[in-house]
Design a protein around this ligand. Structure first.
Ligand SMILES: NC(=O)c1ccc[n+]([C@@H]2O[C@H](COP(=O)([O-])OP(=O)(O)OC[C@H]3O[C@@H](n4cnc5c(N)ncnc54)[C@H](OP(=O)(O)O)[C@@H]3O)[C@@H](O)[C@H]2O)c1
Length: 312
């Protein structure tokens, strides 16, 4: 990928897409192609085909998707399966037709079986049933990975798939209905601090273990893979470390400076007891995440204090 290569970042305004766009610029890639949803709705097949025909990007990073928390995954399964399959079908097929040299697709750790052994290796995909609450999203993501593999096999292209752990960082979505764990907890503790609430209640027992990765580490890994990974087999991007939700809540409580109590509402389900990616493959290739969790949460909290209100 030389510095003049034309690189299309689909979803450049999103959490991961914007970190990738910034990282590309930092590394001196200046021929970047971006379109807002208003300029190019990726659900519209003809528009996507016309765009690729006209612009002929050399490389594509497909970070556009319909993403959400557990609530929207449960209540909007049709939207999750339709929008994700439609976006990826349109972009992947047009990339093939227009002769794109390499494409990176993002899968999700939600695509691993519900009771997968931990840590989760790439070959566990499709080995057992999925978690029902995010099945539509997971199926769409698996279809994207399989589509890249099928196109590699039949059309001899170079379309790779990466599976990141839960992302967090500056630019995250702090909307109370649709946010992931870290932004949701930052917001809860900050509001409780300002309103002087005596306690913050967290859903579940707090004992479930999860893995989190700073978004700039995902961006760094993505570019590493664009430069050095050419296999059809998806590859995990993680830190190799997990933490209980209780430990995470304590870290965030301290960073925010909230001095009330934390209560755990066990009438809500915990979900899968543990979710940790096996990172042997990317580690052997020579990549490692850099941002320690605590420092990453401090950066995210600072960002929230500056931009959070407009992002809720
Ligand atoms: N965040 C995570 O923890 C995580 C973990 C593993 C994998 N992933 C995967 O990584 C990728 C990026 O995730 P993210 O967290 O960065 O998502 P995000 O913040 O929600 O960003 C998604 C981007 O896609 C754009 N988009 C959605 N529908 C579109 C459409 N019809 N036309 C044009 N643009 C559209 C959005 O534009 P608007 O802003 O206009 O909606 C937004 O810029 C996704 O494939 C996701 O499945 C994410």
């Amino acid at each position: 990928m030389d510095n003049n290569a034309k690189i299309y970042i689909a979803g450049h305004g999103g959490l991961i897409g914007s970190a990738i766009t910034d990282r590309l610029r930092e590394l001196g890639y200046l021929n970047l192609l971006t379109r807002s949803r208003k300029e190019l709705d990726l659900l519209r097949q003809q528009k996507v085909e016309d765009f690729f025909k006209k612009e002929k990007p050399d490389y594509v990073i497909l970070a556009a998707a319909r993403v959400g928390g557990i609530e929207t995954n449960i209540s909007l399964p049709a939207q999750f399966i339709y929008e994700n399959t439609q976006i990826q079908n349109n972009v992947i097929h047009s990339a093939y037709i227009s002769g794109v040299k390499k494409l990176l697709f993002f899968g999700s750790a939600c695509s691993y079986p519900r009771q997968a052994l931990q840590p989760m290796k790439e070959e566990y995909l499709l080995s057992a049933p999925l978690e029902p609450t995010n099945e539509s999203y997971a199926i769409a993501k698996i279809a994207g990975i399989k589509m890249c593999q099928a196109y590699n096999k039949e059309y001899k292209v170079n379309f790779i798939s990466a599976i990141p752990a839960n992302a967090y960082g500056p630019g995250d979505n702090f909307n109370s209905k649709d946010s992931h764990v870290i932004p949701a907890l930052i917001r809860k503790f900050q509001e409780a601090k300002l309103k002087k609430h005596p306690a913050v209640t967290i859903w579940g027992s707090g004992q479930q273990r999860r893995e989190f990765i700073y978004v700039q580490d995902i961006a760094d890994a993505s570019l590493f893979l664009m430069l050095s990974y050419d296999s059809s087999m998806p590859i995990n991007i993680g830190t190799g470390q997990d933490i209980t939700i209780k430990e995470l809540a304590l870290i965030i409580k301290n960073i925010v400076g909230y001095d009330g109590d934390i209560l755990f509402d066990t009438s809500y389900p915990d979900g899968i007891p543990r979710k940790l990616l096996d990172i042997s493959k990317i580690t052997v290739l020579g990549w490692k995440a850099k941002m320690p969790l605590k420092e990453g949460i401090i950066q995210t909290y600072q960002w929230y204090l500056q931009h959070g209100k407009t992002n809720e």
